[in-house]
Structure formats: structure tokens, C-alpha cells
Design a protein around this ligand. Structure first.
Ligand code: PLP
Length: 466
């Protein structure tokens, strides 16, 4: 077990009481931080105070309330940069609705052309996978980097081929499936070969410090609700100014334009970040971003990391320790079993005494009945699932060809694949987690030892989607 300063433990216990007591009053064991973070009570109170004391107006208007609000939005941009230690003359902040919003901006605006290459790790969220559609439509080559048996990546450099056209390399700083933290050194390796880099920090930023004064990716998407729970609907694309200049927006809209004419058809885009922020920003929510960043910085992201890693170590060892009377393990963990270079997200499946996988949705149902919040499925990361569950690519192609002429049903695909499972169970820890939350999950998982899945558990399953 990772040793932790006992002072931290007291601090986090106090924090749970002062800021997250609703978890205990509702009897909730919340272990879905990679799905969504939790807000501290004080964040909401401070935001409410702000709303009560101000008359925030649309920042695109020109009147006293909008002027004041435009200043708050600008201050929040600066706060985002300070939080990530990014220099104002090097990076800009584009407010988006979430991390996907930032990724789509890059995908649709990146100047892919036939000489371009889009290189990405197999471990990626679907919104990073989806950029391959923009790339291939413009004739770019798409290259996937495979994962090893621990769901890590080896020899990234070997996959970054020489390129003559604008090329992109994309990977998550932390996997939303396995919790693996991929190497930040890859950014400079990719730069030295002429690639721009998307570092998807959506799953990493809530519990790990990202220092943009030290590592310099070109595009960094984040979702603020994952970092500090509130507000939902606001994220950011933190972008290097040099890389921003390369992007070509495929359209214009309200808020992104300085001049549009209709009799003579022409337009002039706004400069800087304004040309990437379509329409009215979430001007009531953005002040809450500043409050959330202050809260995280006040607790200290490094302390949060140490807290989460200590609990992750406990969770991993407890899950690994669960076994049947015949000595067979109850749980199969995907990804690293230790806490080196990883965050607080753990993917696993429950197995039967003969080694078959219990449908993760059944595990999810049982957790739900015990007021334990986890997530099951593939978490929009099909690449990690394919490697974790050893899907064979030839078989995938056969099943795809066989099933796509009819209406596609994921269950049929999984059956055709003769796959062990349709995905996994994911537990993820965060700022308010404690040992009791971990124990409660381990109790639910341990209950499969004596209690086989009931018929009700197996029939009332939600549909599969990936
Ligand atoms: C690594 C990663 N990237 C991107 C996203 C997309 O985030 P959002 O849905 O908030 O846009 C997620 C969401 O879980 C994620 O974990």
C-alpha cells in the first residue's frame, strides 16, 4: 500500500464532512469520478452569491452588465492558464461546452491534406477516434498505435513516421478505461518529428497536475465538471498560439465573425480565440469555473493525487485478494495492477469459478441496488476494450460485414465475436473518496462469491452501447 501522510487523511476526512456530507447523508458510495466529478458545497454557495450580487449580461452586448461579465470571463481565461501554469503569451483558452467540443474544433479545423498523418493510440476516447473521419475525408493517413498486455504503449517513436504534411498525434494523458497515465515525454518526441499534439487531459486533470510550463502540447481539451463537478456544460480547449494559427474553421456563426456581407458574399473572421467560440458563451456558468479552479488549487492537486492513489492501491489489492474456495480469482483487472504511472481509475470484470466473465451490467445492477455508483460498458473507449478482452481483428471484420446489412444491434456483435464480455466494470476515485467507499464496492464484488446473478439481475439489463 502506498504510504500517505496521516495529516492528508485527516484533511480529506474533514473535507468529506465539510464539503461532501451529502454523500453520507444519502448513503452513497460514489465511485464514478471519471464519469463526473463532485462539486464542493462551497463552490455552489459562492456561485449563488455571485449570481445574487450581480446582473450578468450577454458579453456580446455593449452595456454595463455585459461589460462587467466580459471582464469576469476574461479573468477566468487567465485563471485557467494560471491553473495549468501556461504562459499567457504562449497559450490561449477557448471556452467550449466540454472536452468533446474542443476536440471537434481541432478535428474540423486542422489542415489535414493527402500528405498528412493522423497518429493516435488505440487507447483513446471516441471523440479522439472520431477525428479520424475529418482526417481521412481530406485524404490523410490514419495510424493506430497498439497497446501491450498492461494496456500501455511501447515505442511510440516508431509509429511517428516522417511526414511532409501537417500531421497530428493524439493520446490521453490518462486512460478513461484503465487509468494508465501515458508518458508526457512523447509530446516533445512528436514535435521533433513535425507533429502537432493533442493531449486529451479530460480524465487526467481532475486528480493530476499538468504543468504547461514544462510540457508543451498544442491542444489540451478538458471538461470542468470532471475536474470539480460544477458547472456542467463548460469545458476548454487550451491551445498553443502557434497551433491556433494553423486551424481553419469550416464555417462562421454568431460571435466568431467581424464582418459578413450578403449582397456581395464575403466574410471576415474574428481574430484569436473569438473565431472558435460559436454563439453566446455559458456566461452564467463561466464564473463558477473560476470558483472551482480556486477550490481545487486550494486543496492542492498533488495532495488530491496522493489521496486518490493511496485509495487506488487499496482497491487494487482488495480486488486482487478476492478468490473462490477453489483458489480461482473472482476479479480480472485490466491494465496495471500497481500504482506506478496511473491514476485512480480501475477497470475489471467479475469472473465465475470456471473463469467466465459475468456480464458487467449484472455487476452494475447489483452495485446500483447497494447505492454504489460505478460505471459499466466500454466508456466510449472501444480500443482499450479490444485490447483488454483480446478481440481478434479478423473476427471483428467478419462480424462487422455479417451484421451491418441489417439494423445493427451491439448484443449480436458481441455474440458474433464470441467475446468474453461486452466491456468492463469501472471504478474511479476522486477528491471526496474514502476507504469506506472502497470497502462498499469490494463488498458488492465479493458478494458474487456466494450469490450467483439472479434472474432479475440478468433480465433487466440496459442495452449495450459502445
Ligand atoms: C479521456 C476522455 N476524453 C474525452 C472525454 C469526453 O468528455 P466530455 O463528454 O465531457 O466532452 C472523456 C469523457 O469521459 C474522457 O474520459
Amino acid at each position: 500500500m502506498v504510504s500517505m501522510d496521516p495529516g492528508y487523511q485527516i484533511e480529506f476526512a474533514q473535507l468529506r464532512e465539510s464539503e461532501f456530507s451529502r454523500l453520507d447523508s444519502l448513503g452513497q458510495a460514489y465511485l464514478d469520478y471519471t464519469g463526473g466529478g463532485l462539486y464542493a458545497e462551497s463552490q455552489v454557495t459562492k456561485h449563488l452569491e455571485y449570481l445574487k450580487r450581480n446582473v450578468p449580461g450577454n458579453p456580446h452586448s455593449h452595456n454595463p452588465s455585459s461589460e462587467r461579465n466580459a471582464i469576469v470571463i476574461d479573468e477566468t481565461r487567465k485563471k485557467v492558464l494560471r491553473f495549468f501554469n501556461a504562459e499567457e503569451n504562449e497559450y490561449s483558452v477557448i471556452f467550449t461546452s466540454n472536452a468533446i467540443g474542443g476536440l471537434k474544433l481541432v478535428g474540423e479545423s486542422y489542415p489535414f491534406q493527402p500528405k498528412s498523418i493522423y497518429v493516435l493510440t488505440a487507447d483513446n476516447h471516441n471523440s479522439v477516434n472520431g477525428i479520424r473521419e475529418f482526417a481521412s475525408r481530406k485524404g490523410a493517413e490514419v495510424v493506430y498505435i497498439p497497446l501491450d498486455e498492461n494496456l500501455r504503449v511501447e515505442c511510440v517513436e516508431a509509429h511517428l513516421k516522417e511526414t511532409d504534411g501537417p500531421s497530428l498525434f493524439a493520446y490521453p494523458a490518462q486512460s478513461n478505461f484503465s487509468g494508465v497515465q501515458h508518458q508526457l515525454e512523447w509530446i516533445e518526441a512528436a514535435h521533433s518529428k513535425g507533429y502537432d499534439v493533442i493531449l486529451d487531459a479530460a480524465a487526467y486533470a481532475p486528480t493530476s497536475g499538468l504543468d504547461l510550463g514544462i510540457i508543451r502540447p498544442d491542444f489540451v481539451p478538458v471538461s470542468f465538471y470532471k475536474m470539480f463537478g460544477y458547472p456542467t456544460g463548460t469545458g476548454a480547449l487550451i491551445v498553443r498560439k502557434g497551433a491556433l494559427e494553423k486551424l481553419e474553421r469550416p464555417w462562421f456563426s454568431g460571435g466568431t465573425i467581424d464582418l459578413v456581407t450578403t449582397k456581395f458574399v464575403s466574410h471576415i473572421m474574428s481574430s484569436g480565440t473569438a473565431r472558435f467560440e460559436d454563439g453566446t458563451p455559458d456566461y452564467l456558468g463561466i464564473p463558477a469555473v473560476g470558483i472551482g479552479l480556486d477550490f481545487l488549487a486550494g486543496v492542492g492537486v498533488n495532495k488530491i493525487h496522493a489521496h486518490v492513489i493511496s485509495l487506488t492501491s487499496l482497491l487494487l489489492s482488495e480486488l486482487e485478494g478476492l478468490e473462490y474456495g477453489n483458489g480461482k480469482p473472482l476479479v480480472r483487472i485490466y491494465g496495471p495492477k500497481g500504482v506506478d504511472a496511473r491514476g485512480g481509475t480501475v477497470a475489471f470484470n467479475v469472473t465465475t469459478p470456471s473463469g467466465n466473465v459475468v456480464d458487467p451490467r449484472v455487476v452494475g445492477e447489483r452495485a446500483l441496488r447497494n447505492n454504489v455508483s460505478i460505471r459499466t460498458g466500454c466508456f466510449c473507449n472501444p480500443g482499450a476494450v479490444e485490447y483488454a478482452l483480446n478481440y481478434a481483428p479478423d473476427r471483428e471484420k467478419n462480424c462487422y460485414d455479417r451484421l451491418t446489412p441489417s439494423r445493427f444491434v451491439t448484443e449480436d456483435y458481441v455474440e458474433c465475436m464470441d467475446a468474453d464480455s461486452s466491456g468492463a466494470v469501472r471504478a474511479s476515485l476522486g477528491i471526496a473518496s474514502n476507504e469506506r467507499d472502497v470497502e462498499r464496492l469490494v463488498e458488492v464484488i465479493g458478494s458474487f462469491k456466494g450469490l450467483v446473478p439472479t434472474e432479475a439481475e440478468q433480465t433487466l439489463l440496459p442495452p449495450l452501447r459502445c
